[in-house]
Design a protein around this ligand. Sequence first.
Ligand SMILES: [Zn+2]
Ligand SMILES: [Zn+2]
Ligand SMILES: [Zn+2]
Length: 169
Amino acid sequence: MRKKIPEKSRQAEIAFRKHDHRRCQRQLLSAATRVCAERKLRLTSRQLQVLEILLASHHPVGAYDILAELNRSAGHDQIAPPIVYRALEFLMTEGLIHRIESRNAFISCVHPGHCCGARFLICRDCDQVAELEGRDRGLLAAADSLGFAVDHSMVEITGICAECQKHAE
Ligand SMILES: [Zn+2]
Ligand SMILES: [Zn+2]
Ligand SMILES: [Zn+2]
């Protein structure tokens, strides 16, 4: 019998593989839309544009690349950096995207709405990022046992993904 991959890790499982990313995009966008509906949030067209740029791949994107992408389609009215930073800030606060500190770049969340406990696998070779679902309970419990009130936690694990290891052989 084929071992069933739990739904939880499926996103991380496919992130590094060749796959139909349009499916990811649809799933991630509908998850984000659901969170917004639950919280009665309405994304502005700018916030939605930024989110869509991040949904386009599993590569983290820096603020200036997002800005360049927006300005490509903006025509004469060039967008100023603070506008992008505000949109990113909002999307981060709502848990729709995360900031990958080691890359100084942003990535869309695979299970939008959570505020902390995100864990990422970052491939040094293809530069793609997979977010593991669930929270790092061990780590959070350790902080809790010390009476430490966590307001932000993020684990960035770098290495080489299975696909890139195959190509290196
Ligand atoms: Zn994908
Ligand atoms: Zn997340
Ligand atoms: Zn890789």
